[in-house]
Design a protein around this ligand. Structure first.
Ligand code: ADP
Ligand code: MG
Length: 691
């Protein structure tokens, strides 16, 4: 048998063997280290032992400990049992295990054992029948002078919690010494963290709850720290590539600002200031601008783009859909009307001739600002001198994708805009390699948006209300979560709803339909009609979520609102109330789902996107929050990013400081961390290549 290391296959540890190793593999446990890091889900409390003399018939969960006086096997024919007599100095008691013949190899006279279970009686004598038992003087001996926390492990692979516990317990005493320390004593002391080997052991066999909490805190710190180490390395790599340092003079600033028919809000000014400070450096900017829909992010992005243009460089603005790209393009053209800035649109649906001309102009440097969709990522798209990339992700986070538009040689500055307020947790994790600017103020002169929650049966009243508002010159959205009918979910499809609405009281106002499966040009035509007020009612699946701007549309009805996430609903709601008029958002929730309704109640009470986003994240977890499992959050075993936020911040500060000082973790005393990092995050982050 090989000497035990953390890498030793689990088949070689005590109480395991080949078959158990296969079962353990189903739980993801292949090595000694995996075993050590397989932590209990919870603990059961085993009460302190009591004197045998104090037992009463019927005691439900008694534990006693004593010496085995004698053992015998009885009742061979009918119901065989194994019996021993236990004596703790106060009294004796019989303990029986039916079909317990196998125990003859485990329990022998003179041993000290503990048993716990229900106390019964037989012919007036007290006894235990089939109790749990434990041999006290085994290597990991239990202490019976105090209450004991019994670990309960996630079972699986044909292994019960009890078997897993016994394997871990048998190996913990020597294996825990294999755990290598990550930090020195002084480092730990300053942060009030216990040593890692001790923490691992205490996760399995804590002396009490307090010790377990400290152990958990240490291991949660380690998880956060490793993750942030990865983030810090990504960040330091990005910023170590050279970028064009852009010059911003007072004159340039003024020339840009006159393009906007309004003064920037204080929040926009702050964001612009942060961006400008980044652009001045010869390291690439890496910044996220977040702000609710309508907060004025596009204006801020355009400011950045025009800074690049003023420096005779190019800027690219990328949006997730053609509708949005086209809308950005149109807006930007309006702002730039009469200037010499050359702007082009590049989307999938264009004809080859137009496309080729745009590409040629772009490569020749004749185009200053290009707006487009993912078409901008195509092989054939060549820039003369790209200095800035703006990605408008709105709500669609493309965490992994965003690296693509970074050319060779000089790295472009990178600005990503999102309309989903990012909970602080995610700002430090999924977006941890970005600096964050927040536009937390809407431009002045906006109306208020009132949000109401109604039941399906009140829909006729909702239609009446909408008709009234439409008569007064407003426009309305009707949002449906699904396009194709799905009996399973019993959702009204947008298509059916469209027919119904068009045939009903709202028909005379003009009703249009857009949904995800429509071809882009048809979609765009309907959107144009709506924008121009030719149709007053737009029935839509979630496509409007990604940024349409129709100021006359101040009524929004969201059907089956319980099907949406809170953050998503908040975003949808941001589509209205964009002008001076007050707006009304009506959430129609299906009956029979009181919890979902309660959840949505928060929307009727607050319009603070951050509060809503945090609540959404808490309620649904990161996977659902992002609407996909591909959220880029590493799997965490111990840490809870919401509950452990302060710890996450501490770990982040520590990790960033370490990378600042030692960017490649080359120092000898960082080698253990380097190995841990490669093991845990190496593949996903492709870190430390050449290491
Ligand atoms: P976002 O991209 O954050 O959704 P936009 O930049 O599209 O927001 O701005 C939303 C609307 O507000 C636009 O019609 C824009 O012209 C207007 N707007 C932006 N900034 C200001 C401002 N400082 N003052 C007045 N109106 C503004
Ligand atoms: Mg926008």
């Amino acid at each position: 048998m090989p000497e035990l290391t953390l890498e030793t296959p689990v088949q070689y540890v005590k109480r395991a063997g080949l078959r158990r190793a296969e079962q353990l593999a189903a739980l993801g446990i292949e090595t000694v280290e995996d075993l050590l890091l397989y932590f209990p889900r919870r603990f059961d409390l085993r009460r302190q032992t009591q004197p045998i003399a104090s037992l009463r018939d019927g005691d439900e969960n008694a534990t006693v400990a004593g010496q085995v006086l004698e053992c015998y096997e009885r009742g061979y024919r009918s119901k065989p049992y194994f019996e021993c007599i236990l004596d703790d100095g106060t009294a004796e008691i019989a303990v029986k295990w039916f079909h317990g013949g196998y125990l003859r190899n485990h329990i022998r006279p003179n041993m000290l054992i503990a048993v716990s279970g229900k106390v019964g009686s037989y012919r007036d004598l007290l006894q235990f029948v089939n109790p749990a038992f434990q041999v006290i003087y085994d290597s990991g001996g239990v202490r019976l002078d105090r209450d004991e926390l019994l670990p309960v492990y996630p079972a699986g692979g044909g292994l019960s919690s009890g078997i897993i516990a016994s394997i871990i317990k048998a190996n913990l005493p020597h294996a825990q010494n294999l755990i290598r320390p990550w930090f020195d004593k002084a480092y730990l002391a300053r942060r009030g963290l216990m040593p890692r080997p001790e923490a691992v052991a205490a996760m399995h066999r804590p002396e009490d709850k307090e010790q377990w909490s400290r152990a958990r805190r240490r291991l949660a710190y380690d998880e956060c720290f490793l993750m942030q180490l990865g983030v810090a390395i990504l960040r330091s790599r990005e910023t170590h590539r050279p970028a064009h340092a852009l010059k911003i003079t007072r004159e340039i600033d003024e020339r840009i600002r006159v393009r906007f028919p309004f003064a920037l809000t204080a929040a926009q000014d702050r964001a612009v200031g942060e961006i400008v400070a980044d652009l001045r450096r010869s390291r690439p900017m890496n910044r996220l601008v977040q702000g609710d829909v309508g907060a004025g992010k596009t204006v801020v992005a355009l400011y950045a783009a025009l800074t690049a243009v003023a420096n005779h460089k190019q800027a690219a603005i990328m949006a997730p859909t053609e509708i949005l790209a086209t809308q950005h393009y149109r807006k930007i053209r309006d702002y730039l009307d009469g200037s010499r800035v050359e702007t082009r649109l590049l989307v999938g649906g264009q004809n080859a001739k137009q496309r080729n001309r745009t590409l040629a102009e772009l490569a020749a440097g004749e185009v200053n600002v290009i707006v487009g969709t993912h078409a901008l990522l195509g092989e054939t798209v060549k820039f003369r001198d790209l200095a800035l990339v703006v990605v408008d992700e709105q709500h669609k986070f493309g965490v992994r994708q965003r690296t693509h538009l970074r050319g060779k040689g000089y790295a472009p500055h990178y600005l990503v805009m999102t309309a989903t307020p990012i909970p602080r947790t995610l700002a430090l994790t999924v977006f941890g390699d970005l600096d964050v600017s927040t536009i937390d103020e809407l431009p002045p002169g906006r109306g208020k948006t009132e949000t109401r929650l109604v039941k399906q049966k009140d829909l006729p009243k909702v239609i009446d209300l909408a008709a009234k508002k439409l008569s007064a010159g407003q426009q309305a959205y009707f949002i449906y979560p699904l396009v194709t009918p799905s009996l399973e979910l019993e959702l009204t499809a947008a298509r059916d709803a469209y027919r119904e609405l068009a045939a009903g009281a709202l028909g005379k106002f003009g009703v249009g339909l857009v949904h995800g499966q429509m071809p882009a040009d048809k979609k765009e035509a309907v959107m144009r009609d709506f924008r121009e007020g030719k149709i007053k009612v737009l029935v839509a699946s979630v496509v409007v979520e990604v940024g349409v701007d129709v100021t006359a549309a101040n009524v929004m009805v969201v059907m089956h609102a319980e099907r949406f996430g809170l953050a998503q609903l908040h975003q949808l709601r941001g589509r209205i109330g964009r002008g001076r008029d007050d707006a009304t958002c009506i959430l129609v929730a299906s009956p029979g789902n009181p919890i979902a309704q309660q959840r949505m109640d928060i929307l009727t009470k607050t319009s603070d996107g951050f509060k809503i986003a945090e609540e959404d994240l808490r309620l649904r977890g990161p996977g659902e929050f992002f609407g996909t499992k591909q959220h880029g959050l590493p799997e965490l075993k111990v840490a809870d990013l919401i509950e452990d936020f302060e710890l996450l911040r501490l770990a982040r500060r520590d990790a960033f400081a370490m990378i600042e000082e030692d960017p490649d973790l080359a120092a000898p005393h960082h080698q253990q961390l380097r190995r841990e990092l490669l093991k845990t995050h190496g593949q996903s982050l492709t870190l430390l290549t050449g290491g």
